[in-house]
Write a protein that binds this ligand. Sequence first.
Ligand code: NAP
Length: 405
Amino acid sequence: MSNVMIIGAGGVGRVVAYKCAQHPNIFSSILIASRTPSKCDVIAADVKRDTGHQNITTAGVDAEDVPALVELIRSFQPKIVIHVALPYQDLTIMDACLEAGVHYLDTANYEPKEEAKFEYSWQWAYQDKFKAAGLTAVLGCGFDPGVTGVFTARAAKHHFDEMHYLDIVDCNAGDHGKAFATNFNPEINIREITQKGKYWENNNWVYTEPHAIKKVLNYPGIGPKDSYLLYHEELESLTKNFPTLKRARFWMTFGQEYLTHLRVIQNIGMASIEPVEFQGMEIVPLEFLKAVLPDPGSLGDNYVGETSIGCRIRGLKDGQLKDYYIWNNCSHEQAFRETGAQGVSYTTGVPAMLGAMMVLTGEWSGAGVFNVEDFNPDPFLAKLGEYGLAWHEEVGGDLEFDYPK
Ligand SMILES: NC(=O)c1ccc[n+]([C@@H]2O[C@H](COP(=O)([O-])OP(=O)(O)OC[C@H]3O[C@@H](n4cnc5c(N)ncnc54)[C@H](OP(=O)(O)O)[C@@H]3O)[C@@H](O)[C@H]2O)c1
């Protein structure tokens, strides 16, 4: 029985709160803390009503203010902080966890506000501090990054002697009926998908123009979808942790309508993170755009369809070539019925709760900073389906990619 503190009261924070509350034997007391306390209160009231867990409190906190965070952590005494606010706050929350002596878990790697660039170096640099403190920091424990790393760890442990080719395929075939909306924080999302494409090949990073490489891929239960190569953060840790990989890529589906909106947004300068002068004040166009786009947390109501995210891997087992696919499909409607949030928040929040459960039950342990594939995938995957994200695997199917002879 432990106290858990959730930072962030967006779509993902909502799901994490529901999922923790469904396991009161592990998460006996829950604090939801975020910048806007009223959003925490709404989630707390919904979760109490729907799960019956009454030991839920809320607090307002600026997660970039380390002393304020430390004070809050010390007064609530959680065993772990689940950080599902924004990637900008990763380092300040890690600092506060170290100072207050609690474990840390997040779902997205650090990104400085002033530069649209994400990489693990800043957080991996905390390795010695977490080691010395005897604390565990789990990085990137959503779906992607997160479950995709656990899927890859399962493949390495149970299916391959050597993995050679990894393609992570992320399809959102959902329809929310809006002309343009992002499925998670618009600012973070648009920064991510307008970056140059990048993939790992023969021990080097290869760069492409944004959305320059397209392939039609078939997703189980969904069918063919235009899928675009883009850079995603788990490629950095997976290529480091599985050095036999000759190539590792990430693909995401986008509709033409979505890409047209995105191109216009970029062409007119609304995706820029350079501050501009407006009516005597400085504003950042992308931050302003976030304010006028639909709140991702509000999309769930009419959202139909499914997500399908998985890993397609070719490698060697007992000297023979082997093809392997492992994936989850998640229904937006089911996610909404259970938690009041859409599927993308759900697929992120369930693994975040489960990762925290793994740490609290000692299934995932160790002092230091870890990516999810550093841990044993088995206990995590043994529970993932039961907690809402059923997964499937297939050996020997058509992976739909070309591989060098
Ligand atoms: N790994 C994955 O698969 C995956 C997938 C999707 C999302 N994510 C990550 O999940 C996180 C949450 O996503 P979301 O869609 O829930 O985002 P969101 O709806 O924008 O929610 C973010 C929450 O963080 C709060 N916040 C922002 N700055 C803060 C600060 N300085 N101090 C305290 N709270 C602050 C916001 O408060 P306000 O309400 O006051 O703005 C809001 O409640 C993001 O980091 C995103 O990158 C990961």
